[in-house]
Design a protein around this ligand. Structure first.
Ligand SMILES: O=C(O)CCC(=O)C(=O)O
Length: 263
């Protein structure tokens, strides 16, 4: 399912991108739905979503509730987010990188409204104490444009071959919950990932990446999913309150519809 170019980029650089992957209608439906959920916390709770506040913004100081939200987790059983997570276009892209049978276990909508801080250099596998530990694949959909000014991702090509490095808590006072940082590695060969709404980045969970602060006056939104081998043992709950929810997306060569729950 992967082109030679995608496979080479994956092997050598730890990621590849597909421009124009999702239509504008999907991006706007996602943004509309998360806004609805943030404005209706009971509805968010009823679909199992978790709302994480932006640490450096007080609810009282913002015009709309969503302006003070950093991320919403556990959306992959809900409407447009489930449809995307289970779509053959995504599942058949990710499966060759992992295994024939895969689950989606994590989803997060990142609001990154004006003034929100970025996430420092990290490897996603820090958050994934699984057996087997890898492969784990992230897909990052640009819901809006991502630029140098509004806080696009930056990646360090080739760093997927590194083990998971030591991470220290994000050193900025008031940094968001759960943000950790790699400080023992040279990031000088990193590259910004400039994207238009609808572009997709597919990346290895050992790839070092970060995002910068949103210094624009608008939102820089993204929807992120993570996929892993079916039957993985997830030890997260032994360390922290986990937002993971394992849902099968591919079995016996078939992409499964959103309604099939994990065993
Ligand atoms: O989109 C962002 O601002 C950061 C996302 C990120 O680093 C991640 O999903 O691991």
């Amino acid at each position: 399912m992967l082109s030679d170019e995608q496979r080479t980029s994956w092997d050598d650089r730890g990621f590849f991108r597909i421009d124009g992957f999702a239509p504008a209608s999907v991006c706007s439906a996602m943004l509309k739905r998360v806004t609805e959920l943030v404005r209706n916390p009971e509805q968010a709770a009823s679909v199992g979503a978790w709302i994480l506040p932006e640490s450096n913004k007080a609810k009282a100081d913002v015009a709309n509730p969503e302006d003070a939200v950093s991320k919403i987790f556990r959306l992959h059983k809900d409407s447009v987010f489930a449809e995307f997570a289970h779509s053959p276009e995504v599942v058949d892209l990710v499966s060759p990188l992992i295994a024939p049978d895969i689950d989606v276990f994590l989803s997060q909508f990142i609001f990154k409204t004006a003034g929100a801080w970025g996430q420092p250099w990290h490897q996603d596998s820090l958050y994934f104490p699984f057996e087997p530990a890898r492969p784990v694949v992230g897909v990052w959909l640009a819901v809006t444009e991502a630029t140098l000014v509004n806080g696009c991702l930056h990646v360090l090509p080739g760093s997927q071959t590194e083990p998971v490095h030591a991470h220290v808590p994000d050193r900025r006072p008031g940094a968001n919950y759960g943000y950790f940082e790699i400080i023992d590695h040279d990031m000088s060969l990193s590259e910004p990932v400039l994207m238009s709404a609808g572009d997709l980045l597919v990346f290895d969970s050992h790839l070092m990446h970060r995002s910068t602060d949103n210094e624009s006056t608008g939102i820089r939104a993204a929807m992120v999913y993570h996929y892993a081998t079916a039957g993985s043992v997830d030890h997260s709950a032994e360390y922290w309150t986990s937002s993971n929810a394992w849902v099968p997306v591919r079995r016996d060569g078939q992409v499964l519809p959103p309604s099939v729950d994990a065993a």
